[in-house]
Design a protein around this ligand. Structure first.
Ligand code: ATP
Ligand code: MG
Ligand code: MG
Ligand code: MG
Length: 563
C-alpha cells in the first residue's frame, strides 16, 4: 500500500474526551472515528488489525472443532420473551419496531437465537456435541459508553455456543474453549490471566472464567496469587472478608433494598441485586453519613445514601463525579485494594444485617444514622470481617495475594439448561428419554481486544504492534523523495518485499523526513526500512519499532535479515 493513498488521517494532538492511551492512539493514528456516542467506524489501519485478530480467532476456534456460522443482528422480541430476558435484560437491550409494529431487538448476545436455531435439529445424542460460533456486531446500550471501543454500544464479538449431552461433554467443550482462548490471547501478544468469575446477568450454574488483560485502565479488579494459578475476579474472590452466613431468601434481601425509589426505572438495575452481589457491598462512613456502596454486575459502584433511602423512601444514586469528589478517588471496587485513607471504613455490619435478615430497614436506619466512627470503626466486633491486603496469604495457601486491574476480553460460561429448557431444546438420549441440551457459551470482545492490545503495546511516540496483528509487516520509507536513487531503491524494494510475501506500507509521500518518522512511530509497524543517504550503495537502515534498535543492511541481505 502506498501511503500517499492510505486513508489514515493522523492527529498531532491528543483528542478531547479521549482519556486512555488506546482511545487516544486509535484516534491519533487514524484507526477509528466516532460516528455517534459509543459507535465507531474503523478506518483501513484499524480494519486491518481487526482482520488479523479475527483470523487468529477463526484459526483457533476451527482448530478446536467449532464451526462458524452467522446469525442475524436483528432478533424477534418473542424469542426474548420465551427466555424471560426481554424484561430482565433492562435498558441495555436496544429495541425497535418494524413497519407493522412488530417488536425486535438488536442482539446484545445470541443465546435465544441459537437455541431456537438448533432446537428442532439437535434432537438426538448422536448429533452431539456441537459448538457453533460467529463473529458479529453486537449492540448494548451501555449506561456509560467510554474509552472508545473498549466499552462501546456497537461492538464486535466472537460468540460461541456449545450443545452437549451431559456434564462431562460440557466440561470437555469448556476446556477446549479455555485452551483456545489462551492460545488466541497469547498469539495477540497479550499479558492476560484467566480468572474465576461471576455468572452475572447471563445466569446459569457452573463454571465461568473471565480472560483478563492486565492493565491499569481495566474496570475489573482481580486477585491472584504470586505463586500459583489462583486468580479470581475480586467480585467473587473467595477471600476471608467475604462472609458466608447470609441465609436470607433473595426476595427478602431485595425488598429491604427497594424502598419507594424516586424512579424505579432509574434504580431498579442498581437495586434489584442478587444476594451474592449484595453481600459484596461495603459501607463507608463519610462525614458521619453512612454510604452503602453496591457493586453491580458491570462492576460500577453506586452509592445509596441508605439513611435517606430507607428512611424517607428515596434513593439517590451518585454519578462517578460525585464519588470522585466524595472520596477524592476514582470509583472502582471498594474492596481490599486501594481504600482511600480519608475514608473511614466501617465493617460490613449493615450489609450483613440486611442480607442475613437480622434487621430490617428501620433497624439499620437507627443504627446507621447515628454511627460513631470510633465505635463502629472497630471492625473486630463484627466477627470474621477483615480487609485483605496485598501480601496476605492466598486462599489456596500458595503464595500471597496480589491485586491488579484487568480488562475483560473474554468470558467462558457453563450455562447448563437455562436456555434449552426455556426455549424447548431437547434431545433423545441413548435410552430414548428426552433431556434438555446442556449449553456453554463463550465470548470474546474482538474490538475490545484491539484496544487491550494497544494498552499493553505503546509508548509515548505511538503504537507498537505485535507482529501477529500489525496492520502491515513493514514500513518502507524514502528519506528524501526528491533524491532519485532513494526513490528508485524504495520502488524496487516495494516490489521485492511484496514478492517475498510481506505486507508493506510504502511511505512515498513528498513529506519531510521528520514528518514521515513521526507518523511511522505513531502507526507503529514492527519494522521500518529507510532508503536514505546510502541508497546509492544499496544500503538501507532497518529499525525495530519496539526496541529502537537500528542496523544498516545491504539490500542483497535484506530478505535473509528480515526472516
Ligand atoms: P463487561 O463486564 O465489560 O460489561 P460483559 O461481562 O457484560 O462485559 P459478556 O456478556 O461476557 O460481557 O460478553 C462477552 C465479551 O464481550 C466480554 O468479555 C467483552 O470482551 C465484550 N464486551 C462486552 N461488552 C462490551 C462493550 N460494551 N464494548 C466492547 N466489548 C464488550
Ligand atoms: Mg463482565
Ligand atoms: Mg456488560
Ligand atoms: Mg462477561
Amino acid at each position: 500500500m502506498r501511503q500517499q493513498f492510505l486513508f489514515s488521517p493522523t492527529l498531532r494532538d491528543v483528542p478531547q474526551g479521549a482519556d486512555i492511551p488506546s482511545h487516544q492512539l486509535m484516534l491519533r493514528a487514524g484507526l477509528i472515528r466516532q460516528t455517534a456516542s459509543g459507535i465507531y467506524s474503523y478506518l483501513p489501519l484499524g480494519k486491518r488489525v481487526l482482520n488479523h485478530v479475527e483470523k487468529i480467532i477463526r484459526e483457533e476456534m476451527n482448530n478446536s472443532g467449532a464451526q462458524e456460522i452467522l446469525m442475524p443482528a436483528v432478533q424477534p422480541s418473542e424469542l426474548w420473551e420465551e427466555s424471560g430476558r426481554l424484561d430482565d435484560y433492562g435498558p441495555e437491550l436496544m429495541r425497535l419496531n418494524d413497519r407493522n409494529d412488530r417488536q425486535f431487538v438488536l442482539g446484545p448476545t445470541h443465546e435465544e437465537v441459537i437455541t431456537s436455531l438448533v432446537r428442532d435439529e439437535l434432537n438426538s445424542y448422536k448429533k452431539l456435541p456441537v459448538n457453533l460460533y460467529q463473529i458479529q456486531t453486537k449492540y448494548r446500550d451501555e449506561r456509560r459508553p467510554r474509552f472508545g471501543v473498549l466499552r462501546s454500544r456497537e461492538f464486535i464479538m466472537k460468540d460461541a455456543y456449545s450443545f452437549n449431552p451431559d456434564t462431562e461433554s460440557l466440561a470437555q467443550s469448556y476446556d477446549a474453549m479455555y485452551e483456545a482462548y489462551s492460545n488466541i490471547f497469547r498469539r495477540c501478544g497479550l499479558d492476560f490471566r484467566a480468572v474465576k468469575a461471576d455468572a452475572g446477568a447471563i445466569g446459569g450454574k457452573g463454571g465461568t472464567h473471565e480472560f483478563m488483560v492486565l492493565s491499569d485502565v481495566g474496570e475489573d479488579t482481580i486477585a491472584y496469587s504470586d505463586a500459583s494459578d489462583y486468580a479470581a475476579n475480586l467480585e467473587i474472590a473467595d477471600l476471608p472478608d467475604t462472609f458466608a452466613e447470609s441465609a436470607v431468601p433473595e426476595e427478602e434481601a431485595k425488598s429491604v433494598h427497594t424502598p419507594d425509589a424516586r424512579s424505579m426505572d432509574d434504580v431498579s438495575a442498581q437495586l434489584f441485586l442478587p444476594l451474592d452481589q449484595l453481600i459484596k457491598s461495603v459501607l463507608f462512613i463519610v462525614d458521619d453519613e453512612p454510604v452503602l456502596f453496591i457493586c453491580r454486575g458491570d462492576h460500577e459502584l453506586n452509592d445509596v445514601k441508605i439513611g435517606n433511602a430507607l428512611d424517607a423512601g428515596t434513593t439517590r444514586l451518585a454519578e462517578e463525579e460525585e464519588i470522585r469528589n466524595l472520596f477524592d478517588t476514582e470509583p472502582g471496587f471498594i474492596g481490599p485494594a486501594g481504600i482511600p485513607e480519608n475514608v473511614k471504613v466501617m465493617a460490613d455490619y449493615a450489609v450483613k444485617s440486611i442480607s442475613s435478615g437480622v434487621c430490617g430497614a428501620n433497624k439499620i436506619d437507627t443504627h446507621l444514622l447515628h454511627v460513631h466512627p470510633e465505635r463502629d470503626m472497630n471492625i473486630d466486633q463484627y466477627g470474621d470481617f477483615r480487609f485483605v491486603k496485598e501480601g496476605d496469604p492466598a486462599p489456596d495457601g500458595e503464595g500471597t495475594i496480589q491485586f491488579a486491574k484487568g480488562i475483560e476480553v473474554g468470558h467462558v460460561f457453563k450455562l447448563g439448561t437455562k436456555y434449552s429448557e426455556a426455549l424447548g431444546a431437547y434431545y433423545l438420549d441413548e435410552n430414548g428419554s428426552s433431556r434438555p441440551l446442556l449449553m456453554g457459551c463463550y465470548g470474546i470482545g474482538v474490538s475490545r481486544t484491539l484496544a487491550a492490545i494497544i494498552e499493553q503495546h505503546h509508548d509515548e511516540d505511538g503504537l507498537i504492534w505485535p507482529r501477529s496483528v500489525a496492520p502491515f509487516d513493514l514500513h518502507l520509507l524514502v528519506l528524501n523523495s526528491k533524491q532519485e536513487d532513494q526513490l528508485n531503491l524504495g520502488e524496487t524494494l516495494y516490489e521485492n518485499l511484496r514478492q517475498h510475501g510481506y505486507d508493506v506500507l510504502f511511505d512515498d509521500r513528498k513529506e519531510r523526513a521528520g514528518v514521515k518518522f513521526k507518523d511511522g512511530d505513531l502507526i507503529g509497524l514492527p519494522v521500518r526500512i529507510t532508503c536514505g543517504k546510502k541508497a546509492d550503495e544499496g544500503i538501507v537502515e532497518v529499525k525495530e519499532r519496539r526496541t529502537g534498535e537500528m542496523e544498516e543492511v545491504h539490500v542483497e541481505n535484506l530478505a535473509a535479515y528480515l526472516s
